[in-house]
Design a protein around this ligand. Sequence first.
Ligand code: PMP
Length: 343
Amino acid sequence: MKIDIQKLVRKNILNLKPYSSARDEFEGENGIFLDANENPFGELNRYPDPYQRKIKQKLSELNQISIKNIFLGNGSDEVIDLAFRIFCNPEKDKILTFSPTYGMYEVSANINNVELINLDLTDDFQINLENLKPYLNDENLKIIFICSPNNPTGNSFKDIKYILDNFSGIVFIDEAYIDFSPEESFRNQIKNYPNLIVSQTFSKAWGMASVRVGIAYASEEIIKFYNKTKPPYNISQLNQNEVLDALNDENIKLVQDNIKLILNEKKILIQSLKELKLVKRIFATDANFILIEVENADEIYQKLVEENVIVRNRNSVIKNCLRITVGSPEENLKLIETLQNFN
Ligand code: PMP
């Protein structure tokens, strides 16, 4: 299949002369810096590296992916929003999502005034390929967003490869929860698919949601457009330092141990939920959360809130469903004990 990234990019972005920052024009680390209108006093007085090269170097070594294939955003929410700004002409282009899914694709589409095609997932929360096929040749369909494992359902999708092999627009795979999943990341497929963007984040498995750093892995061509379009210093030095500190062998081992702990807790939690009469259904999950169906989600949600246990009420998107994040052993126990009292 012929993929022409230049043709997918908005004309104004293709022709954009990007902002050239002081740190673009002089990249050295030594000297008397009188070029960026910074204050000479203080500890946080300097602008950070606009391309976060030290972090990318570490990620590159960790995942055997070239620095040229990595973009870092202010959370993966910035990675999502930039995809709209690079590829989608407002009031003309469209994006496609599989519903129910992560809410920001729709919000970003609305902010950017881009039409959203929303295809319902099947009853077991898989992609309905027959529904999708008629859209694959639509020239104005620029991006298909695939969240796998999917939020809020928790499952992974089976037909991602089919979409990659049959769609010549951008395939955006949101892997925010991939580190909890037994499925392999699509990160290594970027060399085979120049139109593939794989987003990941430091917010979930890495336990750094407050730091706001997300990652995009994609072809060099796509990453160039990301760098061209992003705000010059999109990740603060403080946030870069936190991520750099986290990318060492000892901490990586800790992160992996915590993932195992969370997955083990998930198993225990599922077992305990199964024993509760008020739980009607527990959906399959590859993520760090569990979607359950109950008799009356609004009521149970409210009763939990009264006991200071906050879950996510998804009743408005999937009837009578609650999404429960796997917490610490103590937190999970408190949840189960509270629910037992409702029985
Ligand atoms: N994608 C998915 C599927 C998410 O659930 C979330 C956050 N809940 C994000 C992206 C955004 O994550 P970040 O903190 O990296 O902006």
